[in-house]
Design a protein around this ligand. Structure first.
Ligand code: UDX
Length: 447
């Protein structure tokens, strides 16, 4: 089957490569000529497990090609996936739909009769219906459907080839059949198929992200209470997570969520609900957002207190820049937000990350960076663990203790083995663990 994938960012590149790998003939389209040139040469523009291989394989097979022309795309296929970004509007909380609208307007005059435009971007509910009206002005017999993606950065290829479900929002059986044809190999493999109306499909995506973000903020709120009560949030998380109705995933107390989706999606959802007169129903999402940003402040405040009340002139080694492990993405990275705040407070901060340094440098040029963990921590008065990369779990605490000025660790992500760090002479502190209160009190800065 022939399809186009419009927008070759995270979602689009992975979708285009994976659809070609399923056997389709795919034309990827983007206005960024440099990106299209690099993709045409089979080079992945982002760090994503397995993507390089799938891209190289499908480009060299000829099943995946790229272009900058929407007109060429419209002539090439009758099924078009729209995967362009929907960032937060610069003037508010709502989603900025100008890229989606530009694709529809660019495509409309060229579409062949009977074409299906399938949105994958995360959008405010009602967008598919609005785009269908916009399309109808210049096109006959074309439909809009919505097919949200649920891929996670770091496992995007795996999530696309082995999804936990496929959700499609359609207005006709014809559209449902086209999408079943696109995903036939996955349906044969038993992936659950949810076919519904476009509004429900649009909402499934934002509801799923809202639920997950709420889960993270819930455990972080519990972590704040645990600190106040001298209790241990990591044990609490495991114990409540053992209840199968709750489940232990997305329940790690720590620095909270970041990235290109959760923060903007919950804000856009709250803004859209407000427009619909249902704002009261999701008012809790504002609190989810506030709890999340508070974790960054808490980490900065605790660092300052651990350093005796002032950051000025102190050296801080930071482990992690990416918004989460397995990704080189630093968009709304909690780690870099904390590192920058410490630097602005007067500390000399050196950041390590195994994958995200180029992006980190571009986003926060004032920070110092290194690819070497001991260098990041050389002469440090405090070491911060801010992204849970697996290699940080393999650090030799005794070896690192030998290079720092003070063996003082704040594990803001959990996950480092506290007893072995303590055994190597480190004073270890973590968000939501009781020792922090006593340790901080002992230094005269109790919370
Ligand atoms: C998310 C959704 O999971 C995905 O379905 C959607 O399509 C896009 O948004 P992603 O942004 O790649 O994917 O990251 P995810 O793995 O979901 O993590 C989101 C954030 O939550 C990360 O910053 C992560 O570090 C944080 N997180 C996750 C926690 O702080 N605690 C947890 O327990 C779990």
């Amino acid at each position: 089957m022939r399809i186009t994938v419009i927008g070759t960012g995270y979602v689009g590149t992975v979708h285009a490569a994976c659809m070609a790998d399923l056997g389709h003939e795919v034309l990827g389209i983007d206005i960024d000529e440099e990106r299209i040139a690099s993709l045409s040469a089979g080079r992945a523009p982002l760090h994503e497990a397995g993507l390089g291989e799938v891209l190289a394989r499908t480009v060299s097979s000829g099943r995946l090609r790229f272009s900058t022309s929407l007109a060429e795309g419209a002539a090439f296929a009758r099924t078009h996936f729209v995967c362009v970004g929907t960032p937060q509007r610069p003037d508010g909380q709502a989603a900025d739909l100008r890229f989606v609208d530009a694709v529809i307007d660019g495509l409309a005059p060229h579409l062949r009769p009977g074409s299906l435009v399938v949105g994958k971007s995360t959008v405010p509910v009602g967008t598919a219906a609005r785009l269908a009206r916009r399309l109808a002005v210049s096109t006959r017999d074309c439909e809009v459907a919505w097919n949200p993606e649920f891929l996670r950065e770091g496992s995007a290829v795996q999530d696309t080839m082995h999804p936990e479900r496929i959700v499609v929002g359609v207005v006709s059986e014809r559209a449902d059949n086209v999408l079943r044809e696109v995903y036939r190999p996955l349906l044969r493999a038993g992936v659950p198929w949810f076919s519904t109306d476009p509004a429900t499909a649009e909402l499934v995506k934002v509801a799923a992200n809202s639920f997950l973000a709420t889960k993270v903020s819930f455990i972080n709120a519990m972590s704040e209470v645990c600190e106040a009560a001298g209790a241990d949030a990591t044990v609490l998380a495991r114990a409540i997570g053992a209840d199968s109705r709750i489940g232990d995933r997305f329940l790690e107390p720590g620095l909270g969520f970041g990235g290109s989706c959760f923060p903007k999606d919950i804000r856009a959802f709250a803004a859209r609900a407000e427009e619909l007169g249902a704002g009261a129903s999701v008012v809790f999402l504002h609190e989810v957002d506030r709890i999340n940003t508070r974790q960054r402040r808490r980490t900065v405040d605790l660092s300052r207190r651990l350093l005796g009340g002032s950051l000025a002139g102190r050296r801080v080694g930071v482990l992690g820049a990416a918004f989460k492990p397995g990704s080189d993405d630093v968009r709304d990275s909690p780690a870099l937000a904390v590192a920058s705040a410490l630097q602005e407070g007067g500390a000399a901060v050196r950041v390590h990350d195994p994958e995200a340094l180029d992006n980190a440098r571009a986003a926060h040029p004032a920070l110092a960076y290194t690819l070497d963990v001991p260098k990041a921590c050389e002469d440090a008065d405090l070491v911060l663990h801010l992204t849970r990369w697996p290699e940080y779990g393999r650090i030799d605490p005794a070896g690192l203790a030998a290079v720092v000025h003070e063996p003082l660790l704040l594990d803001a992500r959990g996950g480092l083995d506290e007893p072995s760090w303590r055994a190597a002479g480190w004073s270890v502190h973590a968000l939501g663990r009781p020792d922090r209160r006593t340790a901080v009190s002992a230094r005269g800065g109790a919370s």
